[in-house]
Design a protein around this ligand. Sequence first.
Ligand code: HXC
Ligand code: NAP
Length: 293
Amino acid sequence: MFDQPMLREDALKGKTIVVTGGGTGLGKAMGKYFLTLGANLVITSRKLPVLEAAAEDLMKETGGQVLPVEADIRSYEALENVLKTAVDKFGKVDGLLNNAAGNFISPTERLSHRAFDTVVDIVLKGTYNATLAFGKHWIAEKQPANVLSIVTTYAWTGSGYVVPSACGKAGVLAFTRSLAVEWAKYKIRFNAIAPGPFPTEGAWSRLFPESLSETDLGKKLKPENRIPVGRVGEHQELANLAAYLMSDFSAYINGEVITIDGGEWLQGAGEMSDLRHVPEQMWDMMEAARKKK
Ligand code: HXC
Ligand code: NAP
């Protein structure tokens, strides 16, 4: 059920949506569903050949229109060019999905300041560059619009070993909540999604590298073993949520961040939650011992 499309067919009809990092992974999966629901799609990232191949796949699979535009989102001018190219082709832009990110695992003391900059610049600067370039245009044109950003659950808890990403995503969360209030008067909505683990080549190769995941420790750290519902996410269930938040069905939701993680971060937060690994027989033994006393 959760891997099935959820919204009605015309839910995004007539809308043009820009997805940063839309040529791979979750960006591509969400973009595909937007197309299925009637949207025009603009996908951007640093690698034009990857974008062009993705655009071809997506158009073939959905029959929709996809415009690939190369842009490094660390450059404000590159985003202005994405906007102009998109407006030239489709007449307007209605939605922006801030999805592009950079990340890797490392003890923080091993990072150079350039490594820290690299991740924060993609995640936070990329998000405000895109939103500012598009937002100024929407405000000048008096056009209602919708901005959705992909964060992570450690945006509010923080996390060791991915500290630049945690800092960048925390910034994106503050940005989302701040502008949800400030720009509501312009009819521009802001929301975020905090996904738990959803397997993609980009994330898995950097966060669960083979050299670690093959070891006993790596097996213990496998996401499936930490998530209370006992599985990782399906791309379609994330796409369902993203499409709902991009659509006018969610018009009264503004400034929200919705977690979709099978309960992962909450179980990590509960100090005694790891007791879920204690087998039934041991609970029986403890109960018997208590009653005997
Ligand atoms: C330590 C590293 C490093 C690593 C790069 N650097 N990788 N340091 N450990 N694994 C350092 C480099 O040595 C360099 O510093 C600086 O970072 C810049 O590296 P470049 O390779 O020149 O950067 P660039 O080509 O711009 O590539 C950016 C990148 C790369 C972030 C490093 O991984 C990338 O392109 N990522 C894009 C896609 C991605 O990350 N997807 C995963 C998102 S997953 P020096 O000092 O040597 O110059 C995600 C999920 C979260 O966010 C939650 C999951 C559950
Ligand atoms: P991914 O496939 O690696 O996606 C990241 C995308 O960002 C790539 O398409 C990449 O394309 C683009 N990108 C990176 N740097 C860029 C830059 N400077 N300018 C423009 N584009 C850039 O990984 P993913 O797993 O799908 O991640 C998508 C989003 O979900 C990210 O925001 C990530 O933090 C979030 N997320 C993922 C998970 C998960 O489990 N997968 C969990 C929580 C949150 P280029 O390399 O071509 O530029």
